[in-house]
Write a protein that binds this ligand. Structure first.
Ligand code: 5AD
Ligand code: SF4
Length: 525
């Protein structure tokens, strides 16, 4: 059967989709690039903001039209919307055959098969329903470990990923922080940590299959903590383990020798997978980011000195209402500590504007934070009330949309200035760049724009011939600090040549979100 799978939302979803794809392909399903060619259409959805849900729902609507016109299709909604919306989605969108929450993805082939059989036997519409990552059952499902099996059964075929040189590895599922605006603790369930041996092994196998960069994924990666000898073993293997709760990170709760902390995990991967040239991790929680992690980063040259550590707001009152668990001063102290240990680190984050009760003064405090701290970029979001969260019940969404929009744009402009300062500081330096993309800029062959001097190609419009400038090519990649670097190339082939390799580049100029370089050096290391 032919399957089309589209992914919305975060990196966790991208990884889930990769695993689902691997699982389906190994069972003989064929993945296709267009929904029109598919017999099974799957949307891996995101619930973090309403807009993301609307996008997926409009796709679901289009498939509904096709089904009503008589096409026999299987439609599956996977991921956070399946978990959050549950049966309500089936009532409002009867064209949906499968709902499968993030904690049930290992069962997807079975669900597809059920629907297929039901359709073939012309019985009533076959609804296969899964999706229950209830926090109560998280311990049990960690022990039962279907999801761990999904991670473990990953296909290491380099063709399984669009960019074979770069891969994600999950270290933690779920989240225990309960920020009041956020659906993730409800859709992805309780924090569960994967056994370190599984993680290290997965990294080794990915590197053997050609990965040079691995990004460890978790909602709050620095809260990774695995205590050996205490969890259930499944078939002789250690199982994933429910997180220890926040107390484990507070004063006097030193890890024991039988504990693998996040710092230990980073050190292990760095030591045991020497072929891995870049080790990254997202997302960091600004609280409890220990000096032990910074020390490992300082001592391990192949760990990227890049932190994505969302501040969310620059106002203490808003942070308290968000239940973020830190003050602005504590956030700044964490940033100062980071740059002291790692002077060439880069910092990125997320910010929500228009959270309930956010005053002009609160917003000004956020602007001030963005001016003060060296964020290379911030993803800025307008607050979106999400059903099921504490905030939607407790705090009225009282910042008008036009105020949210204005604050969003104002902050974006300010962030642009900060980004420009951060990027400008790299001009004149040489940086290692992992090339991962090729960009063609139509007729942009203007000196001073970072483009190579382009030639001209003859073009004819309405019988008159025009001289249209040929596209200029750029090889594009990222520094260890996740700064984007573009280097002009003379042809598409020349732009493609460095793809997947790390090369030294001289940074000549900078824009707000881009470094422009020259002189691609030989392959590193
Ligand atoms: N509204 C707006 N932004 C949100 N985020 C999470 N929940 C919401 C919400 N309800 C943002 C946070 C988080 C990022 C992934 O999405 O900034 O860090
Ligand atoms: Fe959501 Fe907060 Fe957990 Fe991040 S830390 S996933 S924002 S609840």
């Amino acid at each position: 059967m032919r399957v089309y799978l589209e992914t919305f939302g975060c990196q966790m979803n991208e990884l889930d989709s990769e695993l689902v794809r691997g699982q389906l392909v190994s069972l003989g399903y064929q993945m296709v690039d267009h929904d029109a060619d598919a017999q099974v259409v799957l949307y891996n959805t995101c619930s973090v903001r309403e807009l993301a849900e609307q996008k997926a729902l409009s796709r679901v609507g289009m498939i509904g039209v096709r089904k009503r016109e008589g096409e026999r299709l299987i439609l599956g909604v996977l991921g956070c919307m399946a978990e959050r919306d549950g049966v309500d989605m089936l009532r409002r969108h009867p064209q949906v055959d499968i709902l499968c929450g993030p904690a049930e993805l290992d069962k997807l082939p079975q669900l597809i098969d059920n629907v297929r059989r039901a359709q073939e036997s012309e019985r009533v519409r076959g609804v296969a329903l899964a999706g229950n990552s209830s926090r109560r059952t998280a311990t049990l499902s960690a022990a039962e470990d279907g999801l761990e099996m999904l991670d473990l059964s990953r296909a290491f075929d380099p063709g399984a990923r669009e960019q074979p040189w770069s891969a994600y590895v999950r270290i933690t599922r779920g989240c225990n922080k309960f920020c009041t605006y956020c659906v993730v603790p409800y859709t992805r369930g309780a924090e569960v940590h994967r056994p370190p041996d599984h993680i290290v092994d997965e990294c080794k196998r990915l590197v053997d299959a050609g990965a040079v960069e691995i990004t460890l994924l978790g909602q709050t990666v620095n809260h990774y903590r695995y205590t050996h000898g205490t969890s259930v073993t499944v078939g002789g293997r250690e199982a994933a383990q429910v997180g220890p709760g926040l107390k484990a990170f507070r004063d006097g709760a030193a890890p024991t020798a039988r504990t693998t902390t996040f710092a230990d995990l980073l050190r292990r991967i760095h030591e045991e997978v020497p072929g891995l040239l870049r080790l990254r991790f997202v997302t960091s929680y600004p609280r409890d980011f220990g000096v032990d992690v910074l020390a490992v980063m300082r001592d391990s040259p192949r760990i990227c000195r890049y932190l994505h550590a969302p501040a969310q707001s620059g106002s203490d009152t808003v942070l308290a209402r968000m239940n973020r668990g830190y003050t602005v001063a504590e956030y700044e102290e964490f940033v100062a500590r980071t740059f002291e240990a790692l002077p060439d680190a880069t910092l990125a984050g997320d910010i929500i504007v228009g959270f309930p009760g956010e005053t002009d003064a609160d917003f000004e405090a956020t602007c001030s934070l963005v001016r003060r701290l060296p964020f290379k970029n911030n993803f800025i979001f307008k607050y979106s009330p999400r059903p099921g969260t504490v905030a939607i019940d407790r705090f009225p969404d009282d910042v008008p949309d036009e105020v949210k929009r204005w604050r969003n744009n104002t902050l974006l402009a300010l962030q642009g200035e900060t980004s420009a300062r951060v990027h400008a500081a790299w001009v004149g330096r040489q940086v290692p760049v992992l090339f991962d993309a090729v960009r063609a800029r139509e007729g942009a062959a203007r000196a001073g724009q970072g483009g190579a001097a382009g030639g001209a190609v003859p073009m004819s419009v309405g019988g008159r011939s025009l001289e249209a400038p040929a596209p200029t090519w750029q090889a594009v990649g990222r520094t260890p600090g996740d700064l984007i670097v573009a280097v002009p190339a003379e042809s598409e082939a020349a732009a493609r040549a460095p793809l997947g390799s790390i090369r030294r580049v001289q940074v000549d100029r900078a824009q707000a979100l881009l470094l422009l370089g020259s002189q691609i050096g030989p392959v590193l290391p």
